[in-house]
Design a protein around this ligand. Structure first.
Ligand code: SF4
Length: 225
């Protein structure tokens, strides 16, 4: 990822954040499963990663316990990451189909990927106060994307969180409903797209298949260029 003074400073601020006591305690003490016990764990907030000049923001909920919270890069090193990144590769947004570690050479082109909440929450459920605390970081990330034309929300919580971001930004919009494949033009000219989250609970049950996600990504690529 290319260096950018504004982003580098935001990234440093995110990584040292301790605003949510419950999440600080959880991320620093999360127990490694035996198969990953010999690895060095990140145990800090996980900032976004990708092409800051891209037209698409991809938004997940929070770092995964054995994925991003272990490796230190969003959507890296777990089943959801493998699913998402192989779809991004197929749609032309990634230079390789796998995402395993911070130094694996993965680069995104045309998209920036981040999570609404930057620390892993117990049970994948952040509290309202934690969404609130982390909202300023999402707002700052969005402000650093000068060519942004669209947002892909992975799951209904990410979709709602982007609506909350718009409200904080004084551009609140009501009545938009999350649904896989849905897209809406927003008042500021951006478009929000929705997909089921690529978590094993969706991908293992067939609720979200790779062709479904690739199809959403290809549609976005066609519309946003
Ligand atoms: S969730 Fe966000 S606001 Fe809370 S401690 Fe982590 S980085 Fe800070």
């Amino acid at each position: 990822m290319k260096s950018n003074p504004g982003f580098d400073s935001l990234r440093a601020e995110i990584v040292r954040c301790r605003k949510c006591p419950r999440l600080v305690d959880y991320r620093e003490n999360v127990k490694a499963p035996p198969s990953l016990a010999d690895q060095e764990w990140w145990r800090k907030p996980v900032p976004g990663f990708g092409d800051l000049g891209g037209s698409l923001l991809i938004l997940g909920l929070a770092p995964a316990r054995t994925g991003a919270e272990r490796t230190g890069r969003i959507f890296t090193g777990d089943a959801s990451s493998r699913f998402l990144v192989s779809a991004l590769y197929e749609a032309g947004y990634a230079n390789r189909p796998v995402s395993e570690s911070r130094d694996d050479g993965l680069e995104y082109s045309g998209c920036y990927v981040t999570a609404v909440v930057k620390c892993v929450p117990p049970g994948d459920r952040p509290l309202p106060s934690e969404f609130h605390n982390c909202g300023a970081f999402l707002d700052a990330e969005v402000s650093l994307l000068p060519n942004l034309k669209g947002i892909l929300a992975l799951g209904s919580s990410a979709f709602k969180s982007y609506m909350d971001h718009m409200k904080r930004d004084g551009r609140g919009v009501r009545g938009l409903k999350f649904g896989h494949g849905a897209s809406y033009r927003l008042p500021d000219g951006l478009t929000i797209y929705a997909s089921y989250h690529p978590s094993p609970r969706n991908t293992n049950t067939g609720k979200l298949t790779k062709p479904m996600l690739v199809s959403v990504l290809k549609k976005i690529r066609k519309e946003l260029g």
